[in-house]
Design a binder for this molecule. Structure first.
Ligand code: G3P
Length: 216
């Protein structure tokens, strides 16, 4: 499973890309709005920080305008992926953009049937929102498992499952077990993945013992 960052914080992206463990970035209109900058400037800055795919989401909801906006976003940088909700017009636009070799991240996915249609429409990625499903008292993990089962039946598809709306490390583990190809996480969640108190305690003990041995 690959790791993407779900953020517009360019300082954090730059810092975590340095680990060599971050292979892409996803954004959404809420994150862009919080940045108080233009989507154009934010996406261009992010795309300059890594070679991997950077998802930039359309605001338009009707087919014609989605396609028009997708062209504008795709022209911002060579590693832009256009993010489009899995609506009727969104799927129609995805099919059109697939024919034009413009990669699409089909987002706001909450059902396996939406994922099935997105794959048929040629989406490069499908984004099931694990956290928002869990917030409803259901199990986001099961949606990813179902999508993975469906995708396994048809080997012509190359749509990758991009687990999104990930709230904590347990979601990351569940996404991995469920067969997601990619997980996109906030920087704070990524930074929590490698933390364990016993690692810190064990390291301190090793260093203490080593220091003591150097004094004798
Ligand atoms: O950016 C897509 C997805 O990760 C958003 O998740 O936290 O707003 O439910 P969230």
């Amino acid at each position: 499973m690959r790791f993407f960052l779900d953020t517009v914080d360019t300082d954090e992206i730059a810092a975590l890309v340095e680990t060599g463990l971050i292979e892409g970035v996803t954004t959404n209109p809420t994150l862009i709005a919080q940045s108080r900058r233009s989507q154009r400037d934010v996406i261009r800055d992010i795309c300059s920080l890594l070679e991997g795919p950077v998802s930039a989401e359309v605001i338009a909801t009707d087919y014609e305008e989605i396609v028009k906006e997708a062209h504008v976003l795709a022209d911002l940088a060579s590693n832009v992926v256009v993010k489009i909700p899995v609506t009727f017009d969104g799927l129609k636009a995805c099919k059109t953009l697939h024919k034009e070799a413009i990669p699409v991240n089909a987002t706001l996915c909450f059902s396996p049937l939406q994922a099935l249609l997105a794959a048929r429409a040629g989406a490069a990625y499908i984004s099931p929102f694990m956290g928002r499903i869990d917030d409803c008292g259901q199990e986001g993990r099961k949606l990813i498992e179902e999508i993975r089962d469906l995708y396994n039946y048809d080997h012509d598809w190359d749509t990758e499952i991009l687990a999104a709306s990930v709230r904590h490390p347990k979601h990351v583990l569940e996404a991995a077990h469920a067969g997601a190809h990619i997980v996109t996480v906030a920087p704070s969640v990524f930074r929590s993945l490698y933390v364990h108190p016993l690692t810190d305690i064990g390291l301190e003990k090793f260093l203490q013992d080593w220091r003591a041995s150097q004094e004798n």
